[in-house]
Design a protein around this ligand. Structure first.
Ligand SMILES: N=CN[C@@H](CCC(=O)O)C(=O)O
Ligand SMILES: [Mn+2]
Ligand SMILES: [Mn+2]
Length: 316
């Protein structure tokens, strides 16, 4: 059915045996494949960003995030399965999204929390496909929370990194479901009036980047909670261009304002605590434009926080 490849070698500093020295590279692929844990899945794709006329390079995002995750200190409870990469071949994005959907579905049905590393935001349509097909979702209401400067609701003939949530809306409608989609961090100048109108037409609730400053963390938390409470299963999708360009320069479209990392981390922690959180993807990392691996480190910090929170680890 699917044939993902695992090319990455998880290596990093080794301070000796014992859980007090444990790092991510020690936590990967050491447990039985069937033991529920965090499932890392790469989606090697440039095709969505290319079609959306952006800066290509996201194809190397998964390797860059894995390298930044590998040396991070890991709690004893953390259990990670690297299920390898799905690669878009010869520009056939639709085929790649379908194959990604199949591995996401398998990971969900095995009881894991899949964390998919993009790829541009076209990754999201593959993630959604797997989630909708999985037993975890069944016929329940999926809620998608997108941390992003953009709506990604473009109406285009051809799917791209700018269209995934329009595709989800249409698919959900065809299946007889509602479209439960919210965006945190929308940049007003980053989205035309036509996109704001589409969001209104589809009933999309959103917070502007200027409504997500540190002093407004509590309002962001309440907004997120209201959304969690309104659905059955939650899919968190993180477009790294939601962050300020100084912590995320390596993306196709860097933010001119951005939601502070502390606020994004708080939302991630809040979602990770919810048993409704079923799947996460982190997209748009473009290593070609990264600076000192800043964006990769930021992405890894977000994933580390979600995985740690999910594993039930608390510092003494
Ligand atoms: N993934 C989406 N990207 C944005 C790109 C915006 C830009 O290039 O400025 C979009 O299509 O809206
Ligand atoms: Mn996006
Ligand atoms: Mn974006």
């Amino acid at each position: 059915m699917t044939n993902p490849t695992i090319q990455h070698t998880w290596t990093g500093r080794d301070d000796g045996p014992g859980h007090e020295h444990r790092r991510w590279h020690h936590a990967v692929n050491t447990a039985q494949a069937g033991t529920p844990g965090i499932a890392i899945l790469g989606f090697r794709s440039d095709e969505g960003v290319r079609r959306n006329k952006g800066r290509v390079g996201a194809v190397d995002g998964p390797a860059s995030i894995r390298s930044a995750l590998a040396p991070m200190a890991a709690p004893a409870e953390l259990l990670v399965h690297d299920l390898g990469d799905t690669t878009v071949v010869d520009g056939n994005l639709e085929d790649g999204q379908e194959r990604l959907g199949a591995v996401v579905r398998q990971a969900l049905d095995a009881g894991h929390l899949p964390v998919i590393l993009g790829g541009g935001h076209e990754t999201a349509f593959g993630t959604y496909t797997g989630l909708r097909a999985s037993q975890v979702t069944d016929e329940r209401r999926i809620g998608i929370i997108n941390l992003d400067a953009h709506f990604d609701l473009r109406a285009e003939e051809i799917p791209s990194s700018g269209t995934p949530f329009r595709q989800v809306a249409e698919t959900e409608r065809a299946l007889g479901h509602g479209f439960n989609y919210t965006v945190v961090g929308i940049s007003q100048p980053g989205n035309t009036e036509a996109l704001f109108q589409t969001a209104r037409d589809l009933g999309v609730k959103y917070l502007l980047d200027e409504e997500c400053t540190e002093s407004k963390t509590e309002q962001v938390r309440q907004f997120t909670q209201d959304f969690i409470d309104s659905v059955d299963v939650v899919y968190l999708t993180i477009d790294l261009d939601v962050l300020p360009a100084y912590v995320a320069p390596g993306v196709s479209a860097p933010a001119s304002y951005g939601v502070p990392l502390s606020v994004v981390l708080e939302v991630c922690r809040q979602l990770a605590r919810s048993p409704k959180l079923a799947v996460v993807d982190v997209v748009e990392l473009n290593p070609r434009f990264d600076v000192d691996s800043r964006t990769a480190r930021t992405a890894s910090r977000l994933i580390h926080t979600i995985a740690t929170e999910r594993s039930g680890h608390r510092h003494a």
